[in-house]
Design a protein around this ligand. Structure first.
Ligand code: NAD
Ligand code: DAU
Length: 352
């Protein structure tokens, strides 16, 4: 991992990953962050590393073939880590087409450029002879497996059964990645992670939205009965898992990532209220999300036993730190919750 293309590096997990790589990996020569800066992309997440000479930001769309092709020619990447996506389930219900083009066509555009460049090119100014070509890592999600009942866990062989336009677009992208491996022999991996939490998450997602609302004494909108279960993982554990898969993952393999941390939504919300010293009367039950998946749970046996990764954070430590982080970054939150966010919030939740 010396010459790395990270897509979506101005978003939540992508920006955490950029910080992680520049901090943890001494052999990085260049890290290019390609991001379109949609509502979810925020360069403020990266101010601490923006002057690092190994780092380069490019504003652009992963669907822009010419731009992507030029980046591969110019930088001779040996590693591609593809985070860029439309990532919010509720928005996918409102605007499915955007999810299909960004998440599927965007992935195929990157794969095609990687395919053209992954073999050893003698004319390349950075010889790939000892690097074995471009390794491509697709950052996917446990949502591609659909929903679980009260028991069972997702393994890598669980059939894909996505239920939302978002998860259908991610599952489709995974199949395209698989096809590029099977057909062209490209060295790829797919990771499927459970719900992440931590710094820099856009406050449309459960945890930052509830912290933000509770801090401002606003209603906390719980979909349906609040008993849906998610399997939470601190974002820095996700970043370490991705790096582990790039370095040690067997080519062509899928790796599930999760921390055995199943919690019902209502439990999380109560915990946030209690940590912030706010009353449970702020909880408001609202109309359920259409097609709402009841339960996700990741079986992480493959990545833990085969690659030796394991999460470092307990949920108790991670959530406490995360709540403090959002409290200490009120300015960051205020800047991204003004403007377009106000209209989004009204559309989704009314004036509550
Ligand atoms: P995010 O919405 O916070 O960030 C997405 C980033 O992609 C933004 O910076 C945005 O500007 C960029 N982007 C969107 N469309 C683009 C385009 N056409 N061209 C270039 N850049 C574009 O998302 P996130 O929560 O950080 O998720 C990152 C990835 O991880 C996604 O692929 C998501 O499916 C996956 N994932 C997320 C979670 C989670 O809990 N958040 C869990 C598992 C997997
Ligand atoms: O499982 C991985 C996925 O986790 C990622 O692939 C997605 O990109 C990411 O957005 C996340 O999807 P979820 O739909 O699980 O996350 P979200 O934060 O939107 O919702 C978590 C749970 O909380 C879900 O059951 C819906 C519920 N919820 C969410 C919001 C925003 C509420 O009850 N009220 C809310 O206002």
């Amino acid at each position: 991992m010396k010459r790395v293309l990270v897509t979506g590096g101005a978003g939540f997990i992508g920006s955490n990953f950029v910080h992680y790589l520049l901090r943890e990996k001494n052999d990085i020569e260049i890290l290019v962050n390609l991001d379109a800066l949609t509502y979810a992309g925020n360069l403020e997440n990266l101010t601490a590393i923006e002057t690092d000479e190994r780092y380069c930001f490019v504003k652009g769309d992963i669907r822009d073939k010419e731009l992507v092709e030029n980046l591969f020619s110019e930088y001779c990447f040996d590693t591609v880590v593809h985070f860029a996506a439309e990532s919010h389930v509720d928005r996918s219900i409102e605007e499915p087409e955007l999810f299909l083009t960004t998440n599927i066509v965007g992935t195929q555009t990157l794969l095609e450029a990687a395919k053209r460049h992954w073999k050893i090119h003698p004319e390349d100014k950075y010889s790939r002879e000892y690097r074995g070509g471009v390794k491509y890592l697709q950052v996917s999600t446990d949502e591609v497996y659909g929903a679980l009942g009260a028991t069972g866990m997702f393994t890598e062989t669980t059939p894909l059964s996505p239920n939302s336009p978002y998860s259908a677009s991610k599952a489709s992208a995974d199949l395209v990645v698989r096809a590029y491996h099977e057909t062209y022999g490209m060295p790829v991996n797919i990771t499927r992670c459970s719900n992440n939490y931590g710094p820099y998450q856009f406050p449309e997602k459960l945890i930052p939205l509830m912290i933000h609302n509770a801090s401002n004494d606003k209603a906390l909108p719980i979909y349906g009965d609040g008993m849906q279960i998610r399997d939470w993982l601190h974002v820095s554990d996700h970043c370490a898992a991705i790096a582990t898969v790039i370095e040690k993952g067997r080519v062509g393999e899928v790796y599930n990532i999760g921390g055995n941390n199943e919690k019902a939504n209502i439990e999380i919300v109560r915990l946030i209220l209690s940590e912030l010293g706010k009353p449970e009367s702020l909880i408001t039950y609202v109309k359920d999300r259409p097609g709402h998946d009841r339960r996700y749970a990741i079986d992480n046996t493959k990545i833990t036993t085969e690659l030796g990764w394991k999460p470092q954070y307990t949920f108790e430590q991670g959530i406490a730190e995360t709540i403090v982080w959002y409290q200490e970054h009120q300015d960051w939150l205020e800047r991204i919750t003004s403007g377009a966010y106000v209209n989004y919030y009204k559309k989704m939740y009314g004036d509550g």
